[in-house]
Ligand binder design. Structure first.
Ligand code: CTP
Length: 396
């Protein structure tokens, strides 16, 4: 699971920092790409050159004086997971408080990936009420806390507070990177199709592909194998097999092929319902006057997937303007397991926006309206719902 994964290793100031060198080594041996952040105090215990030699990249120590003008956001985007080992009380407190005045905490706050924290400190510090409070906060915020162990500590003391062994941290990272969609095969359609009028012009729509991109990205991050069939710009996310298409016909061919071996199909694309019957090979000329363009229906991609035997768990979308009555009708008539309706005429919802306000509707008409949230949040909530429904159906 660690092979090919991008790990940011944060090393803070404690004597256990020497073990971070072993940890870096284990991660590299497991096939991970490692970049490190060494805090100022951390560099008192472990030389930057040691981390550079093991990982192949010099550690970052500060926001400033780096060739990269925004090291925290770039590392955050690059990372599949972050591990902080050892994590001191001060770093734990800053993480709990969101105090990003060092590049390590800044990177964690800018990231949307699993974060494993391996504390190491004296027993009294570990048991101090402030540390207890902060650890409770980190757990509630979704951090994975690993350790500490009990055993020999610096200065001849002994008790809880010892950094867990590198192998234990590697196992915790491995588990954190194993998503709840691990082993799922998923196909997502996205964007608005373009139906040729002539070699230059097309009939299109306002879909940006952002919702479909968010759904594909969330699925990939949660461990699924993802095929994204899209007519829009794909997301900058590894692990997604992108099939670029233009027309409804091309989208249909690609989706139907992928859907045959998919567990779940999410049809987020805005597919043109009609296309010019005869686009021709020559450009239409103004001098020839206003053309009469005869239209014919495009293939109904969703219906094609719904008719498959066996078929994947199927999610349809319905962009409606004004009322969601049409979406409710589609949920019951289109042979889907779930339909996501949204009113594209509302602010903060629909084409081109980064947020969406959707109503998810089951085939029996049960509707659940979600508040306005980012398309990424909608995507994650949708996958939570799909997991729940597949469990109920006994397919998991
Ligand atoms: N869809 C499809 N193939 C088409 C048209 C639509 O697969 N040729 C899919 C969309 O990706 C979406 C769902 O069908 O998941 C509903 O799309 P929508 O355009 O709302 O459905 P229509 O039946 O075309 O309804 P309307 O008459 O409102 O356009």
């Amino acid at each position: 699971m660690l092979a090919g994964r991008r790990i940011v290793l944060g090393v803070t100031g404690g004597i256990a920092a020497y073990k971070a060198a072993y940890l870096a080594r284990r991660l590299v041996e497991a096939g991970a790409e490692v970049r490190s952040i060494l805090t100022e105090a951390g560099s008192e215990f472990l030389g930057p050159q040691t981390l550079a030699a093991i990982t192949g990249n010099p550690p970052i120590g500060s926001y400033f004086g780096e060739p990269d003008v925004s090291p925290h956001t770039n590392l955050a985007r690059w990372a599949d997971a972050i591990v902080i080992a050892p994590a001191t009380t001060a770093t734990i407190a800053r993480l709990a408080g969101g105090i990003s005045n060092d590049v390590l905490v800044g990177t964690v706050l800018a990231a949307q990936v699993p974060v494993v924290v391996a504390p190491a400190m004296h027993t009294e510090m570990w048991e101090h009420p402030s540390t207890r409070r902060n650890i409770t906060t980190l757990e509630a915020d979704g951090y994975v806390i690993v350790g500490p162990d009990a055993g020999a500590l610096a200065g001849g003391d002994s008790g809880p507070g010892r950094l867990v062994e590198p192998e234990v941290i590697v196992a915790a990272l491995d588990a954190a990177l194993t998503g709840d969609l691990d082993g799922w095969s998923v196909v997502v359609s996205a964007g608005g199709t373009r139906e040729a009028i002539d070699p230059v012009r097309y009939i299109g729509n306002r879909s940006s592909g952002k919702m479909g991109n968010a759904i594909a990205t969330a699925a990939a991050r949660r461990g699924a194998t993802v095929t994204l069939v899209t007519s829009a710009a794909p997301p900058d996310e590894r692990g997604i097999d992108v099939i670029p298409v233009e027309s409804a016909q091309e989208m249909a061919d690609a989706v139907w092929t992928a859907a045959k071996k998919a567990d779940v199909a999410v049809m987020a694309a805005a597919v043109a319902d009609f296309r010019p019957r005869d686009p021709g090979t020559a450009k239409l000329r103004r001098a020839d006057g206003a053309p009469e363009i005869e239209l014919e229906p495009t293939p109904d991609i969703l219906a094609g997937v719904a008719a498959m035997e066996p078929r994947p768990f199927l999610i349809g979308f319905a962009a409606e303007a004004g009322s969601l009555d049409g979406a409710i009708a589609k949920a019951t008539s289109k042979g889907v397991d779930l339909l996501v309706g949204n009113d594209v005429s509302r602010a903060g919802s629909g084409f081109g926006t980064d947020t969406n306000e959707v109503t998810v509707i089951e085939p029996d008409g049960t509707a659940d309206s979600w508040p306005v949230m980012s398309k990424h949040e909608v995507a994650d909530r949708l996958w939570d719902r799909i997991i729940e429904m597949r469990r109920q159906k006994g397919s998991l």
